[in-house]
Design a protein around this ligand. Structure first.
Ligand code: ARG
Length: 478
């Protein structure tokens, strides 16, 4: 018990007064405490808070700001708290104001007077900025690994479907034939960019905020670089006022998550569409489908819909954060405490969505016949006819007109494919067209003849798969 805790025991439960209670003659209203406390949200950073405190205590000892012996006692005490939190022997006291207060109070209970020296030269303002960075540095690689698992899964399905035909759409109209491999690899490359964005954002939280104090640093001879090095940072932040006001990194990660979520949502939209009776390109496993309470026949793609539906949460989290900082004067304002809920919500949402999407897609069955049939009709090979004429020397614009004429002729004759025209009819469109035209008009040929880098031919998709698997191998984190 501290001297001040007698007055304000009610503030933080039976054992601990608020860290700031000394100046107050009266304890706050119970409803006020309830309103401002954040421990149920920030408790997930408990271990990060302890790691930050250990480095801070070591620095204080190293600089002789506190006796080395006492620094060692603090470190020992903090390590015992860490061990007990991990084992479950120590439970979080939810009457504490926040995770920082909780750890400091338990420390002081355990080691007595030296515990009161831990907060020397530190404020919760630089402490929270540190905890968040340590936490993000720990969990973002887990999200990145989930992305890699999904990318790898997509590459594996692609690998087994290099020649599985699937029409490509623009404006949701048949455009040009392609393959399932090409389509799934498109998803995979969207996700690779998401991984890279997270990596870029991680690069910007590699500087330690510790030692910025409440806002203007400290009069004590802190060695910020020492603590930063202990914590594995590459350096220290450069301006204390900026450091305690900055929540760019939260906004940045949640905007990375928003883009990632937009990708998952688009992918889910295609899954929902493709699992309709009309499309039937894919059949989701029963494990990852749900039924209806009234319609006995139903098998619904609810998981894809839920992933798509939760996009709004993540976008909302981003708007929440952007609005939180808008108009905030420097330096720390309590508004900034509200950063954690949207940050953690976005993080938890994308993590769950990535896991569920991976499970759903790896257990899905692809209907090759239906996908191949999608390439029939719709005249998706009209570009191929134009390029055939280009190879025979015709200017593309003219060839476009000739191919359009063939399409028109087929429609007028009630045919569903240009290859149903006979050579004589083709020759009416252009004398350059010969018997060999039929070889380039089949959907297989249309997909296979597209050999440019990044195109759907099996050589091109093999190259994509090779590169993407190399990316996965190189970037999987421990
Ligand atoms: N719980 C606070 C937060 O998350 C910690 C910093 C509190 N600082 C203060 N001046 N009240 O932002």
């Amino acid at each position: 018990m501290t001297e001040t805790s007698e007055n304000h025991g009610a503030l933080t439960g039976d054992n601990h007064a608020a860290l700031w209670s000394g100046r107050f003659a009266e304890g706050p209203d119970a409803a006020a405490v309830e309103f401002e406390t954040s421990i149920r949200v920030d408790e997930r950073m408990a271990l990060d808070d302890i790691h930050g405190s250990i480095a801070h205590a070591q620095m204080l000892g190293e600089q002789k700001i506190i006796p080395k012996q006492e620094a060692a006692e603090i470190v020992k005490g903090l390590k015992s708290i860490e061990a007990d939190l991990i084992s479950g022997a120590l439970k979080i006291d939810y009457s504490a104001e926040d995770i920082h207060s909780f750890v400091e109070a338990v420390l002081t209970d355990r080691i007595g007077e030296p515990g009161k020296k831990l907060h020397t030269g530190r404020s919760r303002n630089d402490q929270i900025a540190l905890d968040e960075r340590l936490y993000l540095r720990r969990v973002i690689p887990c999200i990145q690994n989930e992305i890699i698992t999904l990318v790898k899964t997509l590459a594996e399905i692609a690998s087994a479907n290099k020649t599985s035909l699937l029409t490509g759409y623009t404006h949701m109209q048949h455009a040009q034939p392609g393959t399932l491999a090409q389509h799934l690899l498109a998803w995979a490359f969207m996700l690779v960019r998401d991984w890279e964005r997270l990596e870029d954002s991680l690069g910007r939280i590699q500087k330690s905020p510790l030692g910025s104090g409440a806002l203007q640093g400290s009069t004590l001879p802190l060695n910020r670089e020492f603590a930063a090095k202990k914590l594995g940072f590459t350096g220290v932040t450069e301006n204390s006022l900026d450091t305690v006001s900055d929540r760019d990194y939260c906004i940045e990660f949640v905007s990375d998550f928003s883009i990632l979520q937009s990708h998952l949502s688009r992918m889910c939209e295609e899954i929902v569409l493709w699992s309709t009776t009309e499309f039937s390109f894919v059949e989701l496993s029963e494990k990852w489908s749900t039924g209806s309470s009234i319609m006995p026949q139903k098998k619904n793609p609810d998981f894809a819909e839920l992933i798509r539906g939760r996009t709004g949460k993540v976008y909302g989290d981003l708007i929440n954060l952007l609005t939180m900082v808008k108009g905030l004067p420097l330096a720390y304002d309590r508004d900034l405490q509200e950063d954690k809920e949207p940050l953690f919500d976005a993080l938890d949402t994308v993590e769950a969505n990535l896991k569920v999407f991976t499970a759903m897609i790896s257990s899905a069955k692809w209907n090759k016949e239906k996908m191949a049939a999608s390439c029939e009709g719709g005249f998706a090979n009209a570009t191929d006819l134009a390029e055939y004429l280009v190879r025979k020397g015709m200017p593309f614009r003219t060839a476009h007109g000739v191919s359009a004429k063939a399409v028109r002729m087929a429609i007028d004759a009630g045919l569903s494919k240009i290859e149903d025209l006979c050579v004589e009819e083709f020759k009416e469109c252009s004398p350059l067209i010969e018997e060999d035209v039929y070889e380039i008009l089949s959907p297989e040929a249309c997909a296979e003849n597209r050999k440019t880098t990044g195109a759907p031919s099996s050589v091109s998709t093999s190259e994509q798969i090779k590169n993407i698997l190399a990316f996965c191998r190189k970037n999987k984190k421990k």
